[in-house]
Ligand binder design. Sequence first.
Ligand SMILES: NC(=O)c1ccc[n+]([C@@H]2O[C@H](COP(=O)([O-])OP(=O)(O)OC[C@H]3O[C@@H](n4cnc5c(N)ncnc54)[C@H](O)[C@@H]3O)[C@@H](O)[C@H]2O)c1
Length: 245
Amino acid sequence: MPMLRDRRILITGGARGLGRAFAEAAIAAGARVAIADILEDAGRATAEAIGAVFAPVDLAVPESIEACVAAADAALGGLDGLVNNGAITNSGGKGMADLDPQTWDRVMAVNVRGTWLATRAALPALRASGRGRVVNIASDTALWGAPRLLAYVASKGAVIAMTRSLARELGSDGITVNAVAPGLTLVEATEYVPADRHRLYVEGRAINRTQVPDDVCGAVTYLLSDAAGFVTGQLLAVNGGFVMH
Ligand SMILES: NC(=O)c1ccc[n+]([C@@H]2O[C@H](COP(=O)([O-])OP(=O)(O)OC[C@H]3O[C@@H](n4cnc5c(N)ncnc54)[C@H](O)[C@@H]3O)[C@@H](O)[C@H]2O)c1
C-alpha cells in the first residue's frame, strides 16, 4: 500500500527547491497535498504542475499563517501532516560582525516563529486526524557550526530544540514531531553558496557526491507515514554522512 495513501499534507515553502520535491514525493506516495509559499506565481505554477493545491502565505505574518492553514484545511478536508519547510535561506555570506539586526530578526521571525505559528494553527486539524505528523526542516549547518551563516544557523538550532519540546507537548494528542537536517543540497537557493563550501561538503561526506533534493524525500515521507508512528522528538540528518551525531 502507498505509504501516504489519503493523507492530507500541508508543505510550507513548497513553490520550489526541497519543498517542491517533498510535495511531489508525498503525492507519489498517495497523499493529497497543499503547498504554501510567499512566491505566489511560482507556487501556483508548481501546484498546477504537480497536482497540489496552493495557499499563499507570509510566514513572517501571524494572520497570514492562520489564513493559509485554514485554507489548506478547507481545501483538503482536514490535515494529517505539516511539513515546516518554508524558510529564509539566503542570509549567508557575512561574518557575525557584519550581520545586521534586521536580517537576524527577519530570519528568526520566518524560520523559528513561523514554524511555531504554523504548527499552532494546524494543531486542531492534526489533533482531529488522530495520526498527526509534523516534520520540521532544520539544517546540518546547526550541527557542525557553519561559519558566515549565523542567523540561519541559530534559527535551525532553535527549530531542532523546538522539535523536542513540541514532541513532548503534542504526544498526548497522537501527534509526532520530528526534524530532518539536510546537508548542502543543490537547488536554486544554494547557487549563491561559494564553490569551496560545496567542495567541503562533497569531500567531507562518507558518500562523496553532490546532494540533490531527492536524497531528502525518503526521510520526510517516512516521518509522515505510519511507519514512524512511534518516532518522535528525533532529528534525522540526511547529508551523506557529512555530520554524524
Ligand atoms: N538546500 C539546502 O542546501 C538546504 C540544506 C539544509 C536545510 N535546508 C532547508 O530546506 C528548506 C527548503 O530550502 P531550499 O533549499 O529548498 O531553499 P528555498 O529558498 O528554495 O526554499 C524555501 C522556500 O520558502 C519560501 N519562503 C521564504 N520566505 C517565506 C515567507 N516569509 N513566507 C512563506 N514562504 C517563504 C521561499 O519562497 C521558498 O520557496 C529550508 O527550510 C532550508 O532551510 C536547505
